[in-house]
Design a protein around this ligand. Structure first.
Ligand code: BEZ
Ligand code: FE
Length: 275
């Protein structure tokens, strides 16, 4: 948030902060909150900070989804934005074509291979040949690399470019629904308010290209049991796709695979800067 933007004679951060404090005071008065209760709130927030869970708290209270909506005006000509979440890791490995997002590890055989492909264009359809995709997701079991000891570091994460035509393809595995971290203070909050911790299966995308607004979004899969009740409320209809199953012998041979695989089309349209 800019601290220099003047709004009504006061800077914006000061104004928003004062309004937020006034809103908290109103709630404390309405509920006649006691000293003990307020101390418990401060202890909880201290624990959230110590456990580095403020982004997670923002996500599960659906505050991140609200700020995403306030920050990005709905624009049908471009791919919808979505929240980043707390599990992005900067500087993932650069992966050359043909892009495979994971290395084999014990347990990977339980998963189903998925090829995600599409074209990165400007919102007028012009291909963006300098686009870079940065992808992160859970494996088919055991979750993110940072939770699953069997997985090599940065597994199911990676950056890569697109073809002259703006086309991209990467090989991954169909992710599964998973629970956000529940062992810390945010987990205790979820339990206290009776909110389940599940997210539908998804793949995170960060896409950049010269002269265009960076896009952070997520891809979801039709039929997932948590599409309508994602604990962070981040599912948008326009980001849900139905992967297609392939079991033809010739197709399997061509891909060097032994078991049926899936493909999923996901075209990406970016908004020009200032557009
Ligand atoms: C995620 O999708 O990676 C995520 C989002 C919010 C909270 C926890 C995880
Ligand atoms: Fe995720």
């Amino acid at each position: 948030m800019s601290t220099t933007t003047e709004v009504g004679g006061r800077d914006r951060l000061g104004r928003v902060t004062q309004d937020a404090i006034a809103a908290i005071h109103e709630v404390l008065e309405r509920h006649k909150v006691t000293e003990d209760e307020w101390s418990a709130v401060l202890e909880f927030l201290t624990a959230v900070g110590k456990n580095d869970e403020f982004v997670l708290l923002s996500d599960v209270t659906r505050t991140s989804v609200l700020v995403d909506a306030l920050s990005h005006a709905a624009d049908e000509s471009a791919t919808a934005t979505d929240v980043e979440g707390p599990l992005y890791r900067p500087d993932p490995p650069w992966r050359e074509a043909p892009v495979k997002l994971y290395e084999d590890y014990e347990g990977v055989e339980e998963g189903e291979v998925l090829f995600v492909r599409g074209r990165v264009t400007s919102n007028d359809g012009a291909p963006l040949r300098d686009a870079v995709l940065d992808i992160w997701q859970t494996g088919p079991n055991g979750g993110y690399d940072i939770w699953d000891e069997r997985q090599p570091d940065f597994n199911f994460r990676g950056r890569f470019g697109v073809a002259e035509s703006g086309e991209y393809e990467f090989q991954t595995m169909i992710p599964k629904p998973y629970t956000v971290p529940t062992e810390g203070p945010v987990g205790r909050y979820l339990e206290a308010v009776g909110q389940h911790p599940w997210r539908p299966a998804h793949i995170h995308f960060k896409v950049t290209a010269d002269g265009h607004q960076p896009l952070v979004t997520q891809l979801f899969f039709a039929g997932d049991p948590y599409l309508d009740n994602d604990t962070i409320g981040a599912v948008k209809k326009s980001l849900v796709r139905s992967p297609e199953r392939h079991e033809d012998e010739a197709e399997l041979r061509e891909r060097g695979l032994e078991a049926p695989f899936f493909t999923c089309a996901f075209d990406i349209r970016l908004r020009p800067l200032g557009g």
